[in-house]
Design a protein around this ligand. Structure first.
Ligand SMILES: [Zn+2]
Length: 243
């Protein structure tokens, strides 16, 4: 009898470990991190709400958001979505931030998130890009301050047609802000490009940082992009892919 009981207990333990180690297929909890730049909250939240019943969101802002990178808070969400342009960071905050992502918390970074943390190059390594506000030397190369232009109609080309992030998306038009002259890390997978002369050609990419997948989408300045069905689809597929 004791043997059977032991066997039963062992089966239950292995069964429950399978149950609890598997990531839930539903309900991806995204933590949207804002701060350092204004945006149209209502339309932005409508976009987040449009991502479907499997993606739930919480919006937080810097500097409070730094606490969410602490080890004890990392199980409160599944995917980080950056929509911030925060600059100030302490050594301790930057360590927790980088560790959190290196150890497995995936990231989707949108738009002015590539303009954040002017004085913290490890952030540029995390997302694989940087919009420079001042002349900067990085990895032996000199960069001049980047430029931006608002309210342009331009064509977004899908560069990686078979990638899960761009699957089912054809080249499309967008009305958005362009950035020119920003750094894009060697070796990233380009997902989206544009021929618009006021933009750096690669405007969307995928990469890894530590154990995490990272996707960057340069677009996303204002409501027309939040309402663009192709952008919504990209954002959703980016979240599903990094998760
Ligand atoms: Zn912008």
């Amino acid at each position: 009898m004791k043997k059977f009981l032991t066997l039963f207990v062992l089966i239950m333990i292995s069964f429950s470990s399978v149950l609890f180690s598997a990531r839930p297929s539903k309900n991806i909890r995204i933590l949207v991190v804002t701060g350092g730049h204004d945006y149209k909250k209502e339309q932005f939240n409508q976009m987040l709400g449009s991502l479907g019943p499997d993606i739930t969101y919480e919006v937080t802002g810097f500097p409070e958001a730094f606490d969410m990178f602490l080890p004890e808070n990392r199980n409160k969400y599944d995917v980080l979505v950056f929509y911030h342009m925060w600059q100030k960071i302490t050594d301790e905050q930057s360590k927790n931030f980088a560790d959190c992502i290196r150890e497995g918390k995936p990231v989707v970074a949108m738009h002015h998130s590539i303009c954040a943390f002017d004085d913290w190059p490890e952030y540029w390594n995390i997302i694989g890009g940087k919009y420079f506000h001042k002349p900067t030397t990085f990895k032996g190369k000199e960069y001049q301050p980047c430029s931006y232009i608002h309210d342009l109609h331009f064509k977004v080309k899908v560069a990686a047609t078979s990638h899960p992030v761009t699957q089912g998306i054809e080249d499309f038009e967008i009305f958005d802000e362009t950035y020119k002259g920003y750094y894009v890390e060697d070796g990233v997978t380009p997902l989206l490009t544009t021929d618009e002369p006021s933009s750096t050609p690669v405007i969307g990419w995928a990469k890894k940082y530590g154990k995490s997948k990272v996707v960057v989408l340069q677009s996303g300045h204002d409501a027309p992009t939040f309402e663009n069905p192709n952008f919504r689809k990209l954002l959703k597929q980016a979240i599903l892919w990094v998760y």
